[in-house]
Write a protein that binds this ligand. Structure first.
Ligand code: DX5
Ligand code: ZN
Length: 229
C-alpha cells in the first residue's frame, strides 16, 4: 500500500445486505470502490452492535482492495490481535475510547497493521497532536458514530482544514466518515481529505443483482470532488 493523497472512496458495508457480504463487497469493488470500510461496534462505546473478528476473517477473502477496519469499541487493546489476525490492513481506534491512545496505536502497528486514530465530532483536533508521528490515518467523524444514514455535521470541515495543516508533509491519510454525499464530499476534499467513507450514499438504489447504481453513486461522489481540487 504506497501512500498517495489521491481520492479514495471507501464504501461502508454497514449499508450492505447483511445476508450477503461477500457478494456485496465483490460488487462494490467491481463498481469502483477503492477501499472497503468495516464498522465494528460494541454496544458500549456506541449504541449499536456489529461485527466480531470471525465475521471479519470471513469477509476478508472477498476483499481485493484494502480492508479498513473502524473500531468503535472500548476497551480496544484486548481485541487488536484478533482483528489483525482477521486480516485488517488498517485498524482505526477512537481517541475517546480510553486513556492510553499512544499505547493502543503502538499495539496496532506491533500487530502488523497500519494505525488509524478517529475523532468524534466533539473532540478537538489537538487531541491527535502528539500522536501524529505514530499514525497512518486520522479519521474525522462527520456524524456521531453508531449508525449509517445520519446528517453530515458541517462544523467538522474546519477541523479537517486544521488537521491538514498539522499533518504537513507526513504520509498520513485524512479519512472522513459520516454523511458523505456528492453534496458534502467536495467540501471535505477541498479541506484536505483523501479517503471518503460512504455507506448509504454508495449502496442506495443498488443490489448484488443490480450493481450498476453502486458504480453510478461512486462516480457521482468522485465527479463532485474533481471540481473541488
Ligand atoms: C458510523 C460509521 C460510518 C457509517 C457511515 O458510525 O462509522 O462508517 O457507516 O454511513 P453513512 O455514509 O450512511 O453516513
Ligand atoms: Zn466508520
Amino acid at each position: 500500500m504506497s501512500f498517495s493523497r489521491a481520492l479514495k472512496i471507501a464504501p461502508s458495508i454497514l449499508s450492505a445486505d447483511f445476508a450477503n457480504f461477500g457478494a456485496e463487497i465483490e460488487a462494490v469493488e467491481a463498481q469502483g470502490a477503492d477501499w472497503i470500510h468495516v464498522d465494528v461496534m460494541d454496544g458500549h462505546f456506541v449504541p449499536n452492535l456489529t461485527f466480531g473478528p470471525p465475521l471479519c476473517a470471513g469477509i476478508r477473502k472477498h476483499i481485493g482492495t484494502v480492508m479498513d477496519v473502524h473500531l468503535m469499541i472500548s476497551p480496544v487493546d484486548a481485541y487488536i490481535e484478533a482483528y489483525a489476525a482477521a486480516g485488517a490492513d488498517i485498524l482505526t481506534a477512537h481517541v475517546e475510547a480510553g486513556p492510553h491512545s499512544h499505547r493502543t496505536l503502538q499495539a496496532i502497528r506491533g500487530a502488523g497493521c497500519k494505525a488509524g486514530v478517529a475523532l468524534n465530532p466533539g473532540t478537538p483536533v489537538e487531541a491527535v497532536d502528539y500522536l501524529l508521528d505514530m499514525v497512518d490515518l486520522v479519521c474525522v467523524m462527520t456524524v456521531n458514530p453508531g449508525f449509517g444514514g445520519q446528517k453530515f455535521i458541517h462544523s467538522q470541515i474546519d477541523k479537517v482544514r486544521r488537521l491538514r495543516a498539522m499533518i504537513g508533509d507526513r504520509p498520513i491519510h485524512i479519512e472522513i466518515d459520516g454523511g458523505v454525499t456528492p453534496e458534502t464530499a467536495p467540501l471535505v476534499r477541498a479541506a484536505g481529505a483523501d479517503v471518503l467513507v460512504a455507506g448509504s450514499a454508495v449502496f442506495k438504489g443498488g443490489s448484488v443483482a443490480n450493481p450498476g447504481p453502486y458504480g453510478d453513486n461512486i462516480r457521482a461522489i468522485r465527479t463532485a470532488c474533481d471540481t473541488a481540487v
